[in-house]
Design a binder for this molecule. Structure first.
Ligand code: NIG
Ligand code: ZN
Length: 417
């Protein structure tokens, strides 16, 4: 068989090739092929087999993985990719113990980034988004979800969505866009959040027409939007044909997880303080819990999502960085995998499901990303690691050696000696 590229001498190959999303105990079952090889043709996976049999393939290029781990490209299922400025000055407030929602109430936090984003040009936002996408790619990510939500007025929200679209077109990574106009209440609508939600809802038609987002998201939280306001807003979005997502139960347990299930959301995200009942309902539903333990870590909290109980109850979960300028400032999903192991007590097997196949399903890409299978896009990472357990174990550094997108090498770590 003739292929373009063969990757051979793979120590462990995780294909993640199964029916997804993977729920509950099944998240512990990995398909591991040892001493494997894969053949890539025209950007797609053409052949998967044992390294010994790869000799039968003819190829233009052979990559010797030298016994390393090979997996699907990571899927990053929750980011706030497009924003202006940065908020390093908030670090001191965090150290003094000022709560995240208090910083927001004082006009800082999300609102500080809203001001910066308004003042940043389309071109500068695009340049910055591409920079962050590069960094994600270097860390083994090949598909990314990106939210708006730092505009909070019609023009700036549309500017953010257009930047995300242009970034997706200009960058090799695949980008999935979410409209998060309901991210905070701007000061001028403080007394009338309903009117602000109406304003954001007026954008639905244009966003749909111009194909600027697939999902609509809302921050359901104390001093942001209530459960009832969220229900009404999300129903409008559903009626317009959007998939829905929620920032739910991040800080106060308002019942956001339950609402995500009730509304048939593709994902409920954060779920850091979900109730017992919320866990049960999530487990019995098709909604995927997108867990963001980097946020608890970065906000200096002792409370982490009860992801262990969610999986034990039978839920499907994904894990993501929540990359944003305030509550989780990292593009390194591998670091989040370590935090998930240490703080959420998830097994390495569960974590790999949570950053590949389940993450892909959480952003509507279950049939395209997160899996190595014949006919699928060749989004593949060769890791400088001997086995899949090694990535969460050796924390805080980048283990990606070679990152391939659609069969092309996107990133190759250069040796310094
Ligand atoms: N919680 C709401 N939104 C973001 C944080 C945004 C920010 O602080 O700029 C999150 O997912 O954590
Ligand atoms: Zn978020």
């Amino acid at each position: 068989m003739q292929v373009d590229t063969v990757i051979t001498n793979i120590g462990q190959l995780l294909t993640m090739d199964k029916q997804g999303p993977v729920k509950g105990r099944a998240m512990n079952d990995l398909n591991i092929l040892e001493n494997a090889a894969i053949g890539i043709k025209a950007g797609k996976i053409e052949w998967i087999g044992m390294a010994d049999d790869a000799a039968d393939l003819t190829s233009h290029q052979t990559i010797d993985a030298e016994g390393r781990l090979v997996t699907p490209g990571l899927v990053e299922s929750h980011t706030h990719l497009v924003f202006g400025g940065s908020r390093e000055k908030e670090m001191a407030l965090k150290q003094q113990g000022v709560p995240y929602l208090d910083i927001l109430k004082q006009g800082g936090g999300i609102l500080a980034t809203v001001n910066a984003t308004k003042q940043t040009s389309y071109a500068a936002l695009l340049k910055k988004a591409l920079f962050h996408l590069d960094r994600m790619a270097m860390h083994g990510i090949t598909t990314v979800e990106a939210k708006s939500g730092y505009g909070l007025d019609k023009d700036t929200e549309l500017k953010q969505l257009k930047v995300a679209k242009a970034a997706g077109e200009a960058h090799p990574l695949d980008l999935v866009s979410t409209f998060l106009g309901a991210h905070a209440i701007p000061p001028e609508y403080k007394q009338d959040p309903e009117a602000f939600l109406d304003l954001m809802g007026e954008l639905f038609a244009e966003i749909k027409e111009e194909n600027l987002a697939e999902f609509v998201d809302i921050f359901t939280e104390t001093a942001v939007f209530t459960v009832d306001q969220s229900r009404r807003y999300l129903q409008k979005a559903k009626d317009k044909g959007f998939g829905i997502k929620m920032h739910a139960d991040e800080i106060d347990p308002l019942g956001g997880t339950e609402l995500a299930v009730e509304m048939g959301a593709i994902s409920g995200d954060h779920l850091a303080v979900t109730s017992d009942d919320g866990i049960k309902q999530l487990a019995a539903s098709d909604t995927i819990g997108v867990i963001l333990p980097g946020t608890s870590f970065y906000l200096g909290k002792d409370t982490y999502s009860r992801a262990r109980e969610m999986v034990d109850a039978g839920a499907a979960i994904a894990i993501s960085t929540d990359f944003n300028p305030g509550s989780s400032v990292t593009e390194n999903l591998q670091l989040i995998m370590s935090i998930a192991a240490l703080k959420l007590k998830l097994s390495a097997e569960e974590i790999w499901h949570a950053v590949t196949i389940n993450a892909a399903h959480a952003i509507g890409r279950g049939s395209e990303a997160g899996t190595i299978a014949i006919g699928r896009r060749a989004d593949v990472v060769i890791w400088d690691a001997p086995n899949y357990m090694y990535i969460p174990y050796h924390y805080g550094v980048n283990h990606a050696k070679t990152v391939m997108k659609n069969g092309d090498v996107l990133y190759e770590r250069q040796p310094i000696r």
